[in-house]
Design a protein around this ligand. Sequence first.
Ligand SMILES: [Zn+2]
Length: 432
Amino acid sequence: MTAFKYLTTQQFQALPRVAQRFLRYVTIDTQSDPRSSTTPSTDKQKNLGRLLVQELHKIGITDAMMDGYGYVFGTIPATNPSTSQVVVALLAHMDTSPDEPGDDVEPVIHANYNGDPVVFPADPALSLTPEQQPALLNHLGEDLITSDGTTLLGSDDKAGVAVLMQLAEDLFADPTLIHPTIRLCFTIDEEIGRGVESLNLDTLGADVAYTLDGSSIDNISFETFNAAAATIEIEGTMVHPGYAKGIMVNALRIAAEFISLLPSDEAPETTSGYEGYLHPHSITQSNAARASIELIIRDFTDEGLLEKKQLIKNIAKGLQQKYPASMISCTINDQYKNMRSYIEATDPRTISFSHEAAHQMGLTLKEHVVRGGTDGARLSEKGIPTPNVFNGGYDYHSRFEWNTVQNLKRSLAFTKKLMACWASAHRLFKTE
Ligand SMILES: [Zn+2]
């Protein structure tokens, strides 16, 4: 077994198997790298991939394999193939965030957490308190898992990986746990936005899917922005500045005026939750003769997106009228749609079954909106509805990152109940 600096063999062996897996997986460095152009971005992600394939074979998943990009696949056959027709993919990403160190992770268990500040043995200056993170108080008496303070923990998303591996073992060991055909998929490079870029959907072979990559124990997310991008091109009139009176039209001044007319209360820096925004992010041509402004437009509703697009067009039109000697054009392209629209059209049971499974555990899921793109959003758009469900972790992408032994068990129990719900789904949504 792996030797842990802050954990004895006896302590390790006393843990539930899902937590043992988690501790083993977090010690394998799988950090992705946004500067790399290879797939996977770092070859070391395959070290975990190879281990997972070996362990899946041992569990009895004979078709477990890793493809050339580093994606790991394996099938858990349905308990009753004649009644259970929907193939459910369960995904977790193997890579960890490049935001903080991810090598030589030394997990620490803070047994029976009592609400005091959490102390990190290798960095006593670092402290995690309930004032910073009130969710800690929901886990009093539980066994907190953190890093030693010098690295990420990597619960994002090795908690998801550990839960799915344990699910496979438990479903194979206990035939009374009913479930549909499950395609396990461990992905690469999620943290650098390339999580499903090279994923072969035929190999995945699923009708619906879930990512186990959400924080906390009561979180489901299936809403992302509707997104569009705009380019405003401004052509001025250039003459020698010494003789420019009444003739020169300075494109830079018009660009500055355009930006000043954008509502300041609809900016990423002034909005949260369900509020959309307009975000000028670059000026690609910038001289007095010519200026181009690039903006992104985000809103959760179709109407909201339309209004924001119209606002941009109106500002451009107003400036054109004010400066008739200039040429101002405005091009707007849609980028992606709120994943909710795809999920509801393809199979809304992905959401209702999640609520049902949580309800059976006495939990009420909170629907959480994602203010950015996700792997699940891309899969949903490609026809595989993919909500994101919780893996128990908190404070992702920081050295404070933590999970609890009990949350890993909750995430595992939830996933089992969710699969039992799908075992009774006899048909694809559209044929029902
Ligand atoms: Zn993640």
